[in-house]
Design a protein around this ligand. Structure first.
Ligand code: GLN
Length: 248
């Protein structure tokens, strides 16, 4: 049984369209790690045409997608969900956006003459430039509030867009291996308070259970990090394997 008031309420944005590379695995992992701790878990899907109540969820999740799926979602996101997501972020609610979702957090994703709009929640722009897609295993070093020291996030990236952060924005981490935001900046992702954007798929959370725990604690506004689970052998092995794949 979940303790009263301890339920992680997740809003999955466009789970039918923005779900490349097993984004659903990220939600499953959150669900399992909550269940193992007696924390309730609810997931609500919000897709094309659906309104979002910013106060009804603790965590908003937006996965990755092909350019064509992103285009479908972008207009709806801007027209129907932009205000709610701005309100949620302003209220300290957690937002995790991966790859195509990360790109849509910014002002725009420019593909030649075409511009896909974003919700402008974070000051960043993405451009599809000449050059290869940025593909491969990736590892980044991150520092997060409430956690001591630096940690490694390991995953997989595959994006054509290059993402440029505005001057005031702070990247999620420093690239140890892989390409990151532009392939040249040495930085990956963005974090503004409880809003996180990253190119790391993998899926991200099963490969980095410690980060899933940080996300749960952040979304639930807990005063202290979650205590470790008694048996994380599989999760530790997944993390070690992702790091090995990236060569870190
Ligand atoms: N369509 C975007 C790009 O190629 C994002 C891809 C993804 O989510 N993997 O840059």
């Amino acid at each position: 049984m979940a303790e009263p008031g301890r339920t992680l309420r997740v809003c999955a944005l466009y789970p039918d369209l923005m779900n490349i590379y097993a984004d659903r695995g990220n939600l499953l992992l959150l669900e399992r790690r909550c269940a193992w701790r007696g924390i309730g878990f609810e997931v609500t899907a919000a897709s094309l045409g659906d309104e979002v109540d910013p106060s009804a969820h603790d965590l908003f999740y937006l996965g990755g997608g092909q350019d064509r799926d992103q285009k479908l979602c972008a207009v709806d996101l801007v027209e129907r969900k932009r205000e709610a997501l701005h309100a949620a972020a302003a209220d300290g609610r957690a937002i995790l956006a991966v790859c195509g979702g990360y790109q849509l957090l910014g002002h725009s994703y420019q593909l030649g003459a075409e511009e896909i709009p974003g919700i402008g929640l974070v000051d960043l722009r993405t451009v599809r430039e000449d050059g290869p897609r940025l593909i491969g295993n990736v590892a980044i070093e991150v520092e997060l509030p409430g956690l001591d020291g630096r940690r490694v996030l390991a995953g997989f990236e595959n994006h054509g867009g290059r993402t440029y952060l505005g001057d005031g924005e702070v990247p999620l981490g420093r690239v140890l291996r892989g390409h990151g935001n532009t392939g040249a900046s040495g930085f990956e992702g963005v974090r503004r308070g409880t809003v996180v954007g990253t190119y790391l798929h993998g899926p991200l959370l099963p490969k980095n259970a410690w980060f899933a725990d940080w996300l749960i604690a952040t979304a639930l506004r807990l005063d202290a990090p979650l205590s470790p689970l008694p048996d994380d052998a599989l999760e530790d092995a997944a993390h070690a394997s992702a790091r090995r794949a990236a060569g870190v």
